[in-house]
Design a protein around this ligand. Structure first.
Ligand code: PLP
Length: 449
């Protein structure tokens, strides 16, 4: 380097850091270093050295972007109620309070307070959830993918599990039934065809090596036309225990916690009914139609769940106390007949007139928007193709991608339909309508016409 080296005029990283704030010091140092490095790279490729203010502004931008990547709440205006990328089911105030109660202090997680002996973390939420659907026992793990893997590993490792070819599905996020089965160490025995599998197909595949029959709820896709599957009741009469991966976790298909059963649920099967029909175990997610925290729930025969709980993998996928506290609160709400007040069921059953009134108010306040009929969906890989009638606001724009970006910068996630930006109000809490208005105003100001 000679004395005229323009790199020498670049500010020191510490000097840039001194102008930044809003993040822990090591992260600000990262941002400052990246900005100075970027400036140096420009100088080295022959550009003049940028003024210090420009480098500081770049570092500030980087710090801003880093801050925005931190986990934080956003407004879900997609109309997808259980949006996996947006955290699926919101938790009720009661469930959050229950988490708060046990999170900051000691709890009786694994201690029986009456006897003073060691207890099990499955005695709380697991047992209550079993009670909600009439099962002998219940167990909670980290998510439903883990529940399926654990059940297969504990009950069928080295043995055969019979599954319909129509149920060898990929649920999303890389959860493919054949791969999960392989990971569990069991042997997959495929029966029937993609569109039709009869009881006799299962019966022909049974043998001394058969450990289980597995039924997988197709969840995120639907077959129509020349299709046939074998009801759980008939599978249960085959002999080996039947495990049902119910996925979405509709506890009872008669939805006794609602005034009436929503039409969009159509023939979604219930956990209680699968058990009544003879399933030995049912697994499902905590954060889909149950309306709770991320969790995998196994309910069914106590002897099988005992084996599942003793498997070494159970320790690896166990649920933590905050999850168990939230789930306990959700289970109590179901047992109390109050599950209709859970945020998920509130969202799902809001009358469209109410949504329309809110949409009109949002459209008025933001200006230049149309109130439109929309179709919300349950999402989270449940109930594909079954729309929930809804209402939203639409903004016609020549650049929908730019419009959604402006919204995202204000923590609002919307969807694009053709040339319109659509905010569906069914997935938005009414208390967020004002934020929605502000964000939509910003889009109109940035993209007039
Ligand atoms: C969603 C789903 C899973 C995965 O559940 P997670 O709780 O997301 O791990 C597994 N099986 C079925 C049928 C599903 O619908």
């Amino acid at each position: 380097m000679d004395g005229n080296d323009p790199r020498r005029s670049l500010p020191a990283v510490d000097r840039v850091v001194a102008s930044l704030d809003g993040l822990p010091h090591p992260l600000l140092v990262d941002c400052a270093r990246e900005a100075v490095d970027a400036a140096r790279a420009r100088v080295e490729s022959g550009h003049p050295s940028p003024p210090e203010a420009e480098i500081v502004a770049d570092a500030r931008d980087r710090a801003g972007r880093l801050r925005r990547r931190l986990l934080r709440p956003v407004v879900n205006a997609t109309g997808v109620l259980l949006h996996t990328n947006l955290g699926r089911s919101p938790l009720s105030a009661e469930a959050r309070a229950a988490v708060d109660d046990v999170a900051g202090r000691a709890s009786n997680l694994e201690l029986r307070m009456d006897a003073g002996t060691r207890g099990s973390r499955h005695e709380h939420a697991g047992a209550l959830l079993a009670r909600t659907c009439g099962a002998e026992a219940g167990l909670v793990v980290n998510n439903n993918a883990a529940a399926v893997l654990l059940a297969l590993a504990a009950l069928a490792r080295g043995r055969e599990v019979v599954v319909s070819r129509g149920e060898l599905v990929e649920i999303g996020g890389g959860f493919r039934i054949p791969e999960v089965m392989a990971e569990s160490g069991c042997r997959l025995v495929e029966v029937g065809t993609t569109n039709r599998t009869r009881r006799s197909d299962y019966a022909a595949a049974l043998g001394p090596e058969t450990a289980l029959v597995l039924r997988v709820h197709a969840s995120n896709y639907r077959m129509v036309g020349f299709v046939e599957s074998t009801p759980v009741r008939e599978l249960a009469s085959l002999g080996p225990p039947v495990i049902v991966d119910a996925g979405s976790g509709l506890l009872d298909e008669t939805t006794p916690w609602l005034d009436r059963r929503p039409g969009w649920l159509r023939d979604e099967p219930g956990v209680r009914q699968a058990l009544e029909d003879g399933a030995a175990l049912v697994t499902f997610s905590g954060d889909k139609l149950l309306g709770g925290p991320q969790a995998g729930i196994l309910v069914g025969r106590a002897d099988l769940l005992g084996r599942v709980a003793r498997h070494p993998l159970a320790r690896a996928v166990r649920a933590d106390k905050m999850t168990l506290a939230a789930l306990q609160s959700v289970a109590l709400a179901y047992l109390d007949g109050r599950a209709g007040t859970l945020p998920l069921w509130r969202m799902a059953t809001r009358p469209t007139q109410e949504l329309r009134a809110r949409a009109e108010a949002v459209a008025d306040a933001a200006g230049g928007l149309k109130v439109v009929d929309t179709e919300a969906v349950a999402g989270g890989g449940s109930l594909p193709g079954r729309a929930i009638p809804s209402v939203g606001v639409a903004l016609e724009t020549a650049d929908a991608a730019a419009a959604t970006k402006i919204l995202r910068n204000r923590d609002v996630v919307a969807r694009v339909e053709g040339s319109a930006l659509v905010c569906d109000l069914r997935s938005v809490d009414a208390s967020d309508d004002a934020r929605l208005v502000d964000a939509l105003r910003a889009v109109r100001e940035a993209l007039p016409g």
